[in-house]
Every structure is written in C-alpha cells, then in structure tokens.
Design a protein around this ligand. Structure first.
Ligand code: HMG
Ligand code: MG
Length: 298
C-alpha cells in the first residue's frame, strides 16, 4: 500500500531559538519560517507570547507573525501561558495556539511560576476562550518522561494530563522528553499510555537529544503508530547554560530516518539542509542575550 505519512511539527523557530544563547532579529526569524515553509514544512511553531523577561529570545513574536501572515497553507502555532498571552496572540492574528502544561509540580514552578494545577487552570481558561473564538489549540505535556526536579515521571501521569488537555479542546497533545534523558523503552511506555488515553492520531512526540537518543526514541514511537513528530531545524535548542549541549531532535536527521524507513513526509531535504546552514551561520554571528533566567526551561 501507500507508505504512511508522518506529519512533522517544526519547532526550531520557537523551542530551538528560545534555548540558544543569542537572539535572532524578527526579520531573521520571519525569514527562517519562510524558508522552512519553502522546504515543505506545513506546521511551524512561530514563537511564544510569554514574559520577555523569562524568555528574551521570543520577544517580538507579534512582529514575526505579522511578517509571516501571507504564507499560504502553513499553520503557525504560538505558545500561550495565560490570558494575557492569549490576548497578545489574538491581537497579532494567531489562528493556532499551544498550551504547555507541566507534568510535575517542580517544573510548573520553574517554567510557569505557579503550581501544577494552578497553571493548568490558567491553560483551561485560555482554552475556553480559544475554543469559543474558533482558534486551534495544541497541547504539550512538558517533562512527560523525566523532570529535572522530580526525576522519572510515571506514564499514567503523562497520559492523564494528555487526556485533560484533549478535554479542553486540543486537536493533539505532544508528549515531551524535556530533559532528553529518555530511552526507547521509556519512550514506548510513555507513548503507549498516551495512545491508550487519547488514541494514536492525537499523540505527537517531542524528544530532546541530550542523551543522543532522540531519533531512537522517535522510531520506537512510530512503531506504536504515532504519526506526528516534533523536531527542530539544525537540531536547534542547545541550552544556553551548558555550551555544546544537544537540542531538539534535528529535523534533517528525522527526515533521513523517515526516508530510510519508508515513510512519506513532504519535506525537501536539500532545502532543509540549506536552511540549517543559514540559521547556524546567523546564530554564530548573533547578539548574545543580555540576561538569562537560569530557572527557565532547559
Ligand atoms: P509571572 O512573573 O508569574 O507572571 O510569570 P505575572 O502574571 O506575575 O506577571 C508578571 C509580569 O509579566 C507582568 O508585567 C505581566 O504583565 C507580565 P509587569 O506588570 O511586571 O510589567 N506577563 C506577560 N508578558 C507577556 N506575555 C505574557 C505575560 N504574562 C505575564 N504572556 C509567566 C508567569 C507564565 C508569564 C512566566 O512564567 C512565563 O512567561 N513562562 C514561560 C516560560 C517559557 O516560555 N518557557 C519555555 C516554553 S515551555 C518549553 O520549552 C517546554 C516545551 O517546549 C516542551 C519541551 O521542550 O519539552 C513546551
Ligand atoms: Mg522542546
């Protein structure tokens, strides 16, 4: 039969750049998004409406959305942590938002400055407004496998949170190995629980490559029937607090693996490779962030 299609959610312009130690300009970020769209990526996370004091790299996301509004047929989700961010996202014309609930109390406090349930309630309020206005909503479970403060996370905890995000109206939930400590065995257990809770078409997987296992972990989830994968051009997202640290799963490596395994993906590997070179070059010449919050996502 026809080879299966894997939908790639390109998160480089957001999850990648938010963790780089330099800031790219709005024009550079908009050009990056346009190049990724040219390469065939149909979902590209464009930025975040979060506190610029927490994540200075994502300041100017409204202008990035303005500059990319004419890209046809491309979905450009933006992260929204609360109603203030939602209002800013709507004013900038966002048609798709992403909520990022934490699986653990420790990560909720570090990333969102509130308790797990308290910050989930903020996301629920955002979801209610978005659903009422016909805005698409994507969900994330951060620290779905492992938390820097609380260690390993039980698959049922992640699956339960994924279910609750679907109940809020999300069209899919991305379960995230935020610290990149996962193994294929643990990734499988997580994905299996998530599939049981919300069904395979609603599950996306999101691996960081800290332990060098992001591709293996993704492969294990594809074997279970997952067909949506988050990744970042050039493997962007090296933590600013540990130079040389690996970032997100590299979209180029993902595409190569999908080709080798006989999946379709719709991405032009040569264009993607050229875009990866371009963004790496810009990052080398980039302006270092003035101040970084050591408590934020790593
Ligand atoms: P807070 O300090 O508790 O917020 O931060 P607050 O409500 O007390 O407000 C403090 C100030 O922030 C106020 O300004 C607000 O107006 C402003 P002031 O009056 O002092 O001038 N503020 C905002 N400004 C812009 N946009 C907003 C916003 N909200 C309040 N939306 C807050 C709480 C949630 C805002 C903060 O903790 C925050 O921005 N956190 C986001 C951190 C973040 O973006 N982390 C990275 C993304 S998550 C991630 O990477 C994981 C994921 O990729 C999965 C994975 O990779 O594994 C999803
Ligand atoms: Mg990430």
């Amino acid at each position: 039969g026809t080879p299966a299609f894997v939908r790639i959610v390109e998160v480089g312009p957001r999850d990648g750049l938010q963790n780089e130690p330099v800031v790219l300009s709005v024009a550079q970020r908009a050009a990056l998004i346009a190049d990724l769209a040219q390469a065939g990526l149909a979902t590209i996370e464009a930025g975040s409406f979060v506190s610029p004091r927490w994540v200075p790299q994502m300041d100017g996301t409204a202008e990035v959305l303005q500059a990319t509004r004419d890209l046809a047929g491309v979905s450009l989700p933006v992260l929204v942590p609360n109603l203030k961010g939602y209002a800013l996202a709507r004013a900038a014309g966002a048609g798709c938002i992403a909520l990022f609930a934490a699986a653990t109390e420790g990560f909720a406090r570090a990333n969102l400055n509130g308790g797990r349930e308290e910050t989930f309630a903020r996301f629920a309020a955002v979801a209610r407004a978005a659903v009422a206005e016909g805005v698409m909503v994507r969900g994330y479970v951060s620290c779905a496998l492992h938390c820097p403060y609380e260690g390993w996370v039980a698959p049922e905890v992640t699956a339960d949170l994924a279910y609750r995000l679907m109940e809020l109206g999300c069209y899919e939930v991305s379960v995230c190995d935020t610290t990149g400590r996962g193994t294929p065995e643990r990734a499988e257990a997580m994905a299996q629980a998530a599939i049981a809770a919300i069904s395979a078409p609603s599950v996306a997987v999101h691996f960081h490559d800290t332990g060098g296992r992001a591709l293996d972990n993704t492969r294990a989830c594809l074997d279970l029937g997952v067909r949506t994968v988050d990744s970042a051009v050039a493997g962007l997202g090296g933590c600013p607090y540990s130079p040389g640290a690996a970032g997100n799963l590299d979209t180029g490596r993902l595409v190569a693996m999908l080709d080798a395994e006989g999946f379709r993906h719709g991405v032009d590997a040569a264009r993607l490779a050229a875009t990866a070179v371009q963004v790496r070059t810009e990052l080398r010449a980039g302006r270092p962030i003035a101040r970084a919050n050591p408590e934020k996502h790593r």
